[in-house]
Structure formats: structure tokens, C-alpha cells
Write a protein of this length. Sequence first.
Length: 80
Amino acid sequence: MPKGPKGEKRPADVIGNAVKVMRIATGEEEEELTDDGKNKAAQALGKKGGKARAEKMSAEKRTEIAKKAAATRWAAKDKK
């Protein structure tokens, strides 16, 4: 049986999958969501750290980082 992006089991055939989605949408069946395996405390600390880093940086440094990131994104789009 195939697995979804978070490891949940899904029917292998298209019609079976469509029926499962319909049952979930109508409330006949409960969707089985699993934990994504990430530590919630670590995620919260990561968000705090990014905000603290941005507050410590000067406006010029933030602008420089943003321009570099934009240039990298545009360079990746040009390669496609």
C-alpha cells in the first residue's frame, strides 16, 4: 500500500483513493494524521532565534542578505 507524504497509508488504485478522499470529505471516515516527528520545543526555539537574529542585525545587513537571497532565487529560475 502506498504511503502519503507523512507516512499515512493510501489505497494503491485511483478509484479506491477517490473513494477514501470522498469518505474523509463527507465525514464518514476519520483521516489518520500522524505526528511529523519534529520536536515542537525545538521548532519554537528556532523561531525565536531567527527573530532575535533579525532584531540584532542592522537594516543594511538585512537588506544585503535579502538581495543575495533574491539573486539566488532568480538565478535558479533562469536555469530552468
